[in-house]
Design a protein around this ligand. Structure first.
Ligand code: GLP
Length: 241
C-alpha cells in the first residue's frame, strides 16, 4: 500500500482531485467508484472547478457510489444521493444516465443488490475507487465483523457509525439503522483504490489500516492485499504511524 502524507487537508484534496483528473484524461470513459462523507468534499470541490474551467470533462465518465442509507428517499437532505448532487453531480457535465447510486427503498433488496453488481461488471469494473474511512475502520458501510460480505448487500450499521454520523442529523434516533453498501469484493476488484483520511480523529483508523495485521474486524486493513491501493492522508491523520 502506498502512503502519501500531506501538510493539510487542502493539499490532500488537491492531489486526490489531480489523480481523478489524470484517470479521466487517460480514459474519458473511466468508471469511478465514489464515496460520501466530509473527507472527499474538498476533492469534489476541486473537480467541479476543473470541470468549470474545462480542464476535464465527465461527459462519458460512469460512476458508482459505494453506499446509501436504507429507507432514505433520494430527495432526503441526508441521503447520499442528495450529497452527491450537492457536491458533484449538480455542478458537472456528467450524463445523468451514467450515475449509479443504490436506491434504498425497493423491498426486493437482494435483486437490487445483485443488479448493482451486475451493472458494475457490465461496465467493465471500477477503474478508480475513492474511499473514506470510518473511525471503526469501515469502508463504504462494510462494518467490522467476523464475516465480511463479498458483493453489494444490506447491512446493519454499527453503533459507532450511527453515533458518528448523527452529526449530520438532528439526533441519533434519526440516523437510519441500515444501509446498502458495495461489499469488500466489489471494492477490492477495483483496478485502483484511493483512500482519503484527514484529521486527528482518523489517526487510529489509519494506524490500524496500515499496521500489517489484516482482519475482518478492521475492514480497511484488507486494502493491504490490493496491488494498487494508495492512502492519501494529512499530517494529523498520520500522527500515529
Ligand atoms: C460514512 C460513509 C463512508 C465514509 C465515512 C467517513 O460512514 N459510509 O463511506 O468513509 O462516513 O466519513 P467522513 O469522511 O465524514 O469522516
Amino acid at each position: 500500500m502506498e502512503i502519501q502524507v500531506f501538510n493539510d487537508y487542502v493539499e490532500l484534496s488537491e492531489t486526490a482531485a489531480e489523480i481523478v483528473a489524470t484517470e479521466i484524461r487517460n480514459n474519458p470513459e473511466a468508471v469511478l467508484g465514489l464515496a460520501t462523507g466530509s473527507t472527499p468534499e474538498g476533492m469534489y470541490a476541486r473537480l467541479v472547478e476543473m470541470n468549470r474551467k474545462k480542464e476535464i470533462s465527465f461527459k462519458d465518465v460512469i460512476t458508482f457510489n459505494l453506499d446509501e442509507y436504507w429507507g432514505l428517499l433520494p430527495e432526503h437532505e441526508q441521503s447520499y444521493h442528495h450529497f452527491m448532487y450537492q457536491h458533484l453531480f449538480g455542478h458537472i457535465d456528467i450524463n445523468p444516465d451514467n450515475i449509479n447510486i443504490p436506491v434504498c427503498t425497493d423491498v426486493q433488496v437482494d435483486r437490487l443488490c445483485s443488479e448493482y453488481d451486475q451493472k458494475i461488471a457490465m461496465c467493465g469494473g471500477i477503474d478508480l475507487q475513492i474511499l473514506g474511512i470510518g473511525i471503526n475502520g469501515h469502508i463504504g458501510f462494510n462494518e467490522p465483523s467476523k464475516n465480511l460480505t463479498v458483493f453489494t448487500h444490506l447491512v446493519d450499521l454499527a453503533e459507532e457509525t450511527i453515533e458518528s454520523n448523527s452529526r449530520f442529523f438532528h439526533n441519533c434516533e434519526e440516523v437510519p439503522r441500515k444501509a446498502i453498501t458495495m461489499g469488500m469484493g466489489s471494492i477490492m476488484f477495483s483496478r485502483k483504490i484511493l483512500l482519503l483520511a484527514s484529521g486527528r480523529s482518523k489517526a487510529e483508523a489509519v494506524r490500524n489500516t496500515v499496521s500489517g495485521k489484516i482482519s475482518t474486524e478492521w475492514p480497511a486493513s484488507l486494502l493491504q492485499l490490493h496491488h494498487e491501493a494508495t492512502l492519501l492522508i494529512d499530517r494529523d491523520a498520520a500522527g500515529l504511524i
